[in-house]
Design a binder for this molecule. Sequence first.
Ligand SMILES: [Zn+2]
Length: 215
Amino acid sequence: MSEKDFEIVCAKIEDKKEFLNSISQEIWKMPELQFKEVQAHAVLTCALKRCGFQVQKHYFMPTAFRAEFCPKKDVGPTVAILLEYDALPEIGHACGHNLIAEAGLAAAIAVKAAMEEDAELKGKLVVMGTPAEEGGGGKIQLLELGAFEGIDAAMMVHPARVTNIFPRTLCNIRLSVKGSPDFFFFINFSPLNKCRHDESSLKLRVEASSLHDQF
Ligand SMILES: [Zn+2]
């Protein structure tokens, strides 16, 4: 993605922030436990349809879904953004899965906007609704059912008290990144990241990198 693409992404999220917040609030106000996320499933699939995605409700599981945007057929990688939306017993969305849904939706509509504007961006964008993450192992079940077949990479954010750019993951790759300070600013300070910001870490990275770093 070019810097222009990032500008499109940021502008889209800014433009849609009230809509995104309303989705998050709707899920927050009606917490649903694992495998019973009926309302969240309805709200999110409706939102994705409104935003121009091709939506498959009840994807392998009653409260899972899959939405796609693919401007050019069979060209480029298939990248999935994962959404969670289940709550905890008694304390509702204390883990913030409504924010995971909001952030994933934000990323999806913003990347779609960039793909629409920039013909260089090729590939298929998949938005996957993954139920039952509060102990239900929803993604494991979806994986075993074949829901991730054909997906080249999957990503998700989870809210926390701190910013962690090296979270524990099942696989880890080093990326070579070229970009301006704005690029790093985007990663660490975008509206998608509502966590407390680790400014010293950001500064170190930008200074050490001379803007052409590996991380
Ligand atoms: Zn969680």
